[in-house]
Ligand binder design. Structure first.
Ligand SMILES: NC(=O)C1=CN([C@@H]2O[C@H](COP(=O)(O)OP(=O)(O)OC[C@H]3O[C@@H](n4cnc5c(N)ncnc54)[C@H](O)[C@@H]3O)[C@@H](O)[C@H]2O)C=CC1
Ligand SMILES: O=C(CO)COP(=O)(O)O
Length: 337
């Protein structure tokens, strides 16, 4: 039995906290919203993020970070990518005062907007050795709504420290949640972040009325460019045919639960990006990651035509139909080049 602080009470943080509690661990969920902490602890619901899902009655939430961190063996970050650095700074202050050194895990999927860094890099930068053991990334095809319903789900726990990844694997495993380990942190984080970009494209195709052939083409060629960029940063190519690569790409490009897919679908139906983001009420990671991926591709001279087209639509207000036509007019090439 471990004591675990889960930071971020959106849909994913709440479901992971609930699962860890059901697995027999002592869990405290931290949210920066006091009213939400009260709702989770007293009413056992989190209506905004998980409508109608009843939480374990023993799950407690707090808006006081230090209360969540006291005695924690593991600290699990599940806040949006662009809040991770800010929250890490607060966690460092708390852990320094408490003189604790937990394993740090993150389950978020994105590249930091300003620096384009992966989240394990952000956490390593902000958290000195005295405040942490290893950093582990938890990733894979896993919509919170499906895990809440007890759907069989498989993820990967990636770390440079295999023993720490194995510890985290054991924390989460149960009869419907199976976790593998991986040591390719770069590949796992790049796959997780970049699939959100392609999912916006898949949603847009759906919104425009395209069929299954088109969506399969987008996913397959999307995976080709995800792998190219990942490998340029040192990822192992095989990681992209794993859970955090093709696995997460499939679920995010095909599920109505995906916020990235839903955002794309609404864009395809003619909504403006501003309206889509306003209506979603939850994080759509792929929007910021599209810009990061586009800029990284330019920096590394990696060909990413689909990501470029999505960047044009999101950031330069280009027409989706024109971007699709431009993609189709490119010269023929070898499939595996
Ligand atoms: N929802 C899902 O099914 C899955 C989500 N993820 C990833 O997990 C991460 C979180 O996603 P969700 O839980 O879905 O997001 P969400 O939009 O449902 O919730 C985000 C939570 O973070 C909080 N938050 C926002 N800014 C904050 C700040 N500056 N300080 C503290 N808390 C802050 C919000 O109040 C909210 O409670 C994302 O990176 C997402 O890609 C990964 C796998 C599945
Ligand atoms: O990462 C996810 C599923 O594995 C969640 O995707 P969305 O953020 O698009 O909902």
């Amino acid at each position: 039995m471990k004591r675990i602080a889960v930071l971020g009470a959106g849909s994913w943080g709440t479901v992971l906290a609930n699962l860890l509690l059901k697995n027999g661990h002592e869990v405290t969920l931290w949210t920066h919203k006091p009213a939400q902490a009260a709702e989770i602890t007293q009413q056992h619901t989190n209506q905004h993020y998980l409508p109608d899902f009843v939480l374990e009655p023993e799950l407690t939430a707090t808006a006081d970070l230090k209360t969540a961190l006291v005695g924690a063996d593991v600290v699990l970050f599940v806040v949006p990518t662009n809040a991770t650095r800010e929250v890490a700074k607060k966690v460092v202050a708390g852990l320094t005062e408490l003189q604790q050194r937990p394993i740090i895990v993150h389950a978020s999927k994105g590249l930091e907007q300003q620096t384009h860094k992966r989240l394990s890099e952000v956490l390593a930068e902000e958290m000195p050795d005295a405040t942490r053991q290893a950093i582990v990334v938890l990733s894979g095809p896993s919509h919170a709504e499906d895990v809440a319903a007890g759907d069989i789900t498989s993820l990967t726990a990636a770390s440079n420290d295999l023993a720490a990844a194995e510890t985290i694997q054991q924390l989460f495993m149960n009869d419907y949640f199976r976790v593998y380990t991986n040591t390719d942190v770069i590949g796992v984080e790049m796959g997780a972040a970049l699939k959100n970009v392609i999912a916006i494209g898949a949603g847009a195709l759906h919104g425009l009325g395209y069929g299954d052939n088109t969506k399969a083409a987008l996913m397959t060629r999307g995976l080709a460019e995800i792998s190219r960029l990942g490998v340029a940063f040192g990822a192992e190519p095989l990681t992209f045919i794993g859970l955090s690569g093709v696995g997460d790409l499939i679920v995010t490009c095909t599920s109505v639960h995906s916020r990235n897919w839903r955002a794309g679908n609404q864009l395809g139906q003619g909504e403006s990006l501003a309206a889509v983001l306003k209506n979603m009420g939850m994080v759509v990671e792929g929007v910021a990651t599209t810009k990061a991926a586009y800029e990284l591709a330019q920096q590394k001279h990696v060909d990413m035509p689909i990501t470029t087209a999505i960047y044009h639509v999101l950031y330069e207000q280009k027409d989706i139909g024109t971007e699709i036509a431009t993609l189709m007019k490119r010269a023929g090439k070898m499939e595996l080049a």
